[in-house]
Ligand binder design. Structure first.
Ligand SMILES: *[C@@H]1O[C@H](CO)[C@@H](O)[C@H](O)[C@H]1NC(C)=O
Ligand SMILES: *[C@@H]1O[C@H](CO)[C@@H](O)[C@H](O)[C@H]1NC(C)=O
Ligand SMILES: *[C@@H]1O[C@H](CO)[C@@H](O)[C@H](O)[C@H]1NC(C)=O
Length: 176
């Protein structure tokens, strides 16, 4: 093969890699490539819809959490709890995404790392590269709970708050 051709080819490959990197810069190369392969089975291209979903708590706990998925399939999680997380010094709170049967989909606790104030939190915001809403089959809005006999299969997920390991409050994740 002629060296000029190989040189041109490597420039082309490099610029493709760089353009992909510029587009979805935050993900590690290895992780992104496996995700892209997975998405290729289901989608014609690698662009995720820019989907927004919210979970609104208005009873035991008062607060709102917003999930915004970007075109690379990363999700920005922002929110605030203003009441109901009583005695955070004594009680341990976990923040989880679960399917309609309560099966754990994503444990947000350490990623959110909320700072408590009174019985609520300060505003929090974190971007998660390994959480998506509806970009690929792992998207939490597409989660299908296990089919049970006589029970219709349900799709979607909820934001669940556990207090000392017990189910404490939960709110459905609603696509906006
Ligand atoms: C890529 O996918 C998005 C969302 O599914 C769609 O809106 C867009 O038109 C697609 N682009 C191409 C070039 O197919
Ligand atoms: C709490 O939210 C649910 C669902 O969003 C709604 O149906 C209900 O009316 C709300 N309750 C209050 C007291 O605002
Ligand atoms: C969620 O993560 C927190 C912090 O890492 C951990 O303490 C807790 O046990 C986890 N909860 C579940 C249900 O996995």
């Amino acid at each position: 093969m002629n060296t000029k051709f190989i040189f041109t080819l490597s420039i082309v490959i490099l610029s493709i890699i760089l353009s992909v990197d510029a587009h979805c810069h935050a993900k590690s190369y290895e992780k992104r490539s496996t995700e892209l392969f997975k998405r290729h089975d289901y989608e014609k291209n690698d662009t995720c819809p820019c989907t927004v979903a919210t979970a609104t708590f208005n009873s035991t706990v008062v607060g709102i959490v917003t999930f915004a998925q970007d075109e690379c399939g990363s999700t920005l999680v922002t929110g605030l709890f203003s009441d109901g997380l009583v005695d955070p010094e004594k009680n341990c709170y976990d923040f989880l995404l679960v399917d309609k049967c309560g099966k754990l989909l994503y444990n947000l606790t350490s990623a959110l790392d909320v700072k408590f104030r009174n019985d609520g939190t300060l505003p929090f915001s974190t971007r998660l590269d390994d959480l998506n809403l509806n970009c690929d089959p792992d998207g939490v809005l597409l989660a299908e709970s296990d089919k049970k006999r006589y029970v219709k299969r349900d799709t979607g997920s909820s934001f669940q708050i556990n207090q000392n390991g017990q189910d404490y409050a939960s709110a459905p994740l609603d696509q906006v």
